[in-house]
Design a binder for this molecule. Sequence first.
Ligand SMILES: CC(C)(COP(=O)(O)OP(=O)(O)OC[C@H]1O[C@@H](n2cnc3c(N)ncnc32)[C@H](O)[C@@H]1OP(=O)(O)O)[C@@H](O)C(=O)NCCC(=O)NCCS
Length: 143
Amino acid sequence: MANIHNNKATSDADHKTSAPNPNSILATQVVAQPKDVNAAGDIFGGWVVSQMDLAGAVLAETTANGRVATVAIDQMEFIAPVAVGALVSCYTELAQVGNTSMKIRIEVFAAKRLNHAERVAQGLFTFVALDKNGKPRSVYQQS
Ligand SMILES: CC(C)(COP(=O)(O)OP(=O)(O)OC[C@H]1O[C@@H](n2cnc3c(N)ncnc32)[C@H](O)[C@@H]1OP(=O)(O)O)[C@@H](O)C(=O)NCCC(=O)NCCS
């Protein structure tokens, strides 16, 4: 995956800077396609949320070593529109682990050019670790 950031440190105060949090990892990258545009010609917010959900699930499934489900979107912020053809990168960070749940911070960047990525969205999603019957299980219990 292309890392288009220099990963310089950021703080809560400058959370809208162009670099992801230094504790975040690059989870997914995809190019935004024309089929995902809204009437204004920009990418649908729902498509952005689905990319975040996919990216968060990667970290949640790795952490729980098994199946997970999204139970809540605790915070969601759309910061800038995403253009067709932009490389959309989702960065994830494990913010908190409960008994069966994990809160995952997700930052989204879009780049039309390889050397310039802009923060376009961010959110906090809660995932729950599931057993084979689809019921909540302890995050660190074997699935
Ligand atoms: C995920 C699911 C199995 C959880 O079942 P549940 O009966 O709500 O489970 P619990 O009440 O025991 O809660 C499980 C954990 O989620 C947390 N949780 C539940 N609802 C929450 C909410 N609205 N916001 C944040 N956390 C929540 C609980 O605090 C608990 O965390 P903890 O164990 O770390 O303390 C159930 O809600 C479900 O199947 N939801 C649909 C999931 C889905 O289809 N997602 C979209 C596709 S992946």
